[in-house]
Every structure is written in structure tokens, then in C-alpha cells.
Design a protein around this ligand. Structure first.
Ligand SMILES: Nc1ncnc2c1ncn2[C@@H]1O[C@H](COP(=O)(O)OP(=O)(O)OP(=O)(O)O)[C@@H](O)[C@H]1O
Length: 269
């Protein structure tokens, strides 16, 4: 895991524009994720949140603008390079159903493997030792995320909330400095949301990483986030602390008549 005494690098998004045919999905979007903070990206449906995550993780290349992690320009790097540099993400709708929890967490360790295919296939001592270290780290992350008791269980037998937690833990297995969480509590019941909020807090405190959070559950966002950037029609319309954006007239206007789920957060954190 990250040495918690080291500070993760600043993630800086500068003037990022993404266009799909005639539609400008992101229009000169800028924000900075302060190291070790929880930074929420919110906005009504279609505001550009997922597009932004896809730029941050290298799935989309912006028409203009830059994404930098510390001194490194990520803007034109492939997703696996960005992951290897320490940005891990979860996906909105992907919930693992194959293998055991341990299998899934070990998949998350794959990108960190140093032993080559031949060394692994021949079970050379160096490869066996490395595999053992990866397994120990995967168990540590399972404990941290509340999946310890389920480590050897088939994922298919877990509750929906725990399966989503496996995705979260798998992203953490990359030992990221920045974790992108795309709707981590979507579809969860109140108890599962509350557990996930606790897990996000624990992980951030224990590992000292930065979290960028896209979430429609406004109660959870307001309780977890240090800073909030609000998008509407691809533009940043507000930025500040949860209290600042909550009372911002532009934000209230953007959400008026939309399905912002103010109601779901009361018991979530
Ligand atoms: N691959 C694509 N091709 C064309 N248009 C797209 C594509 N992806 C997103 N869009 C459009 O870009 C805009 C922003 O979409 P995006 O999915 O980023 O919004 P969002 O804020 O994540 O919405 P939601 O909260 O519903 O997930 C929308 O108008 C959407 O229809």
C-alpha cells in the first residue's frame, strides 16, 4: 500500500474539452484534486461526469486540455499506463460474478506483477515468493474493505453490496494514489450504503489516497466530500465545500426538476 507518510500527487484537470459529433460533453472543464482529499464530481444526468472519468482513466482522449498527475502528463496515455501510474477506477454498472473474492483481488494485483510468464509457469522461487506477497496484500485489502471473512467465497454467493465492494477492493489492489469511484453506492440499500461510506472513510484515512467520487446520492456526497465540483451540460457551474455548493443558486437551478436523490443520504453516512 502507499506509505501513509507520503503525500499522493496532485491530480490536475485543466481546460478539458470532449466532443461527440456535434455534442460538447465536456466544455473546458478544470478542477484540482487536493492530495488525500475526497473530491466529488456531481451534476444532473448527462452533465458529463462519466465522460470526465473516462478521460481521467484514459478511455477517452480529450479534444483539448490536459490531465496531470504530479509532474506527469496523462492526457494521451493508454488506460493501462495510467493505471500503472497510480490511478485506479471502479465502473458504475460492473458487478463481478466470477471466481472467489481472492481471485478477483489477485486480478487487481496483475498489473503490479514483476515475474514474467515463464518464471510464473515454471514456479521459480522468485515468482512463488512474489505470488505469496500479492496474496498477503490482497488479504490485507480484503480486511480493510470488510471482505476478509469472504476471501475464499465465490463472489456469486455474496450480496449485491458485497459484490460492489469487491470491485472497490479490486481497484485498491492496484495500490493507487488516486481512486476514481463511479457511483459506488448505486443500487445499494441503506445499510450497504452506510457500510460503503465507512469503507471509503477508512481507506482514505488508512491509505492516505485521494478519492474522486461520482455519486447521485447527495446525502453521501455532502457527508464524505472535502470539495465538490458541479457539472451541468459539460461545464463547471460551481466548485467549493459541500456547504458552499449546497447553497449555490446555479447548483439549485441545475438540480431543480431533476432526480437528485437528496432523500437517500440521511442514513448513508
Ligand atoms: N460515447 C458517447 N457518444 C456520444 N455521446 C455520448 C457518449 N458518452 C456520453 N455521451 C453524451 O455526453 C453527455 C455527457 O454524458 P455522461 O455519461 O458523461 O454524463 P453523466 O453526468 O455521467 O450522466 P449520468 O449521471 O446519467 O451517468 C450526454 O449528453 C451523453 O449523452
Amino acid at each position: 500500500m502507499n506509505d501513509r507518510t507520503t503525500t499522493p500527487p496532485v491530480l490536475d484537470v485543466r481546460d478539458v474539452t470532449v466532443r461527440f459529433a456535434g455534442l460538447t460533453a465536456l466544455d473546458s472543464v478544470s478542477f484540482t484534486v487536493v492530495p488525500g482529499s475526497v473530491h466529488a464530481l456531481i451534476g444532473p444526468n448527462g452533465a458529463g461526469k462519466s465522460t470526465c472519468f473516462n478521460v481521467l482513466s484514459g478511455l477517452y482522449r480529450p479534444a483539448s486540455g490536459t490531465v496531470r498527475l504530479g509532474d506527469t502528463d496523462l492526457t494521451s496515455l493508454a488506460p493501462h499506463r495510467i493505471a500503472a501510474l497510480g490511478i485506479a477506477r471502479t465502473f458504475q454498472n460492473i458487478v463481478t460474478t466470477e471466481g472467489t473474492v481472492g481471485d478477483n483481488l489477485m486480478l487487481g494485483r496483475h498489473i503490479l506483477s514483476r515475474a514474467g510468464f515463464a518464471a510464473s509457469a515454471l514456479r521459480l522461487p522468485s515468482a512463488v515468493r512474489e505470488q505469496r506477497e500479492h496474496l498477503a496484500k490482497a488479504r490485507e485489502i480484503a480486511e480493510l474493505t470488510g471482505l476478509g471473512p469472504h476471501f475464499d467465497s465465490p463472489v456469486a454467493l455474496l450480496s449485491y453490496g458485497d459484490r460492489k465492494r469487491v470491485e472497490f477492493a479490486r481497484a485498491l489492489c492496484l495500490e493507487p494514489t488516486v481512486l476514481l469511484l463511479d457511483e459506488p453506492v448505486a443500487g445499494m440499500n441503506a445499510a450497504e450504503r452506510a457500510r460503503t461510506a465507512d469503507t471509503i472513510r477508512t481507506v482514505r484515512a488508512e491509505l492516505g489516497l485521494s478519492v474522486v467520487l461520482v455519486e447521485h446520492d447527495m446525502g453521501l456526497v455532502m457527508r464524505l466530500a472535502d470539495e465538490v465540483t458541479v457539472l451541468d451540460f459539460g461545464r463547471v457551474i460551481a466548485h467549493g465545500t459541500p456547504d458552499e455548493v449546497r447553497s449555490d443558486p446555479e447548483v439549485l437551478r441545475a438540480y431543480l426538476g431533476t432526480e437528485a436523490t437528496e432523500t437517500t443520504g440521511e442514513d448513508a453516512a
